[in-house]
Design a protein around this ligand. Sequence first.
Ligand code: RIB
Ligand code: CA
Length: 315
Amino acid sequence: MQEKIIIDCDPGQDDAIALLLAMASPEELALLGITAVAGNVPLHHTERNARLMCDLGGRGDVPVFAGCSRPLVRELVTAENVHGDTGIDGMEVTDPTQRLQQQHAVDFIIDTLKGAEEESITLVPTGPLTNIGMAMVKDPSILSRIKRIVLMGGAMREGGNYSPSAEFNILVDPHAAKVVFACGRPIIAMGLDVTHQVIATKDRVARIEALGNPAATATAGMLNFFNRHDSAKYGFDGAPLHDPCTVAWLLQPGLFEGKECNIEVETESPLTIGHTAIDFWGISGREVNATWIHAVDADGFYDLLTDRLARFGET
Ligand code: RIB
Ligand code: CA
């Protein structure tokens, strides 16, 4: 039975690869739409990049919607220093053939959920949670239609990557994140603690590049660019491949290990805003509201990603 999903993203090389992984997996995933949000780069780039992935993945059937151009409360911060000015530096950036839908992404999310059965749609946010939080505030009746939310965001043992205390997606829009973590629907949270275990090493990138089809070649190019910043920052042999962990979990959850926890988001402190307080040992007495993913079979993850990217070369 296909899982019906909406991917909400801020491509971003890693978001782009998550989109390709989902597009290569139609047996398991019915990708109802892609909603773009401002994050790694401004919205006009993230929506264009999402449409370029539809071209690259041969999925003109997947509609793309532009969403919020800034967080709910805070000013937008972006990450061109990591992703390059286009957001997907490392591959050729052209004008997409895939067109942009006129409907606002938040309204697409609301209308899709309102037209769906109870607990039938999975949301896969891989950027700041602005679109998702806005949809929940605008029309709370959509909550019962959400099966689960599989998101990339947060950090516990790894510490922050955009402030000492906070991971980028949550830091950009902590107020939207607070809304999402309080929504009461099942949340699978993939933070830096697990994504820092899936490093795009040179050997892994070479395996992808050897596939030789356009999607794999673009993926290798994006990874070679994406690797430079985090390799220098962390001393890793490559960058953590954050966002595809969400789609990989949907495809092969057995690759991952998680623990039910309470996760709360700091929205007040100027010093630690965007921090995810993860009650891993259950000491706060606060209610469990998420499953915190903390371990992954990294080789199994890259086997899955490489096998699915190979499908783009099959006639
Ligand atoms: O902190 C990593 C996250 O922030 C990833 O989703 C990356 O694409 C950026 O959005
Ligand atoms: Ca992202």
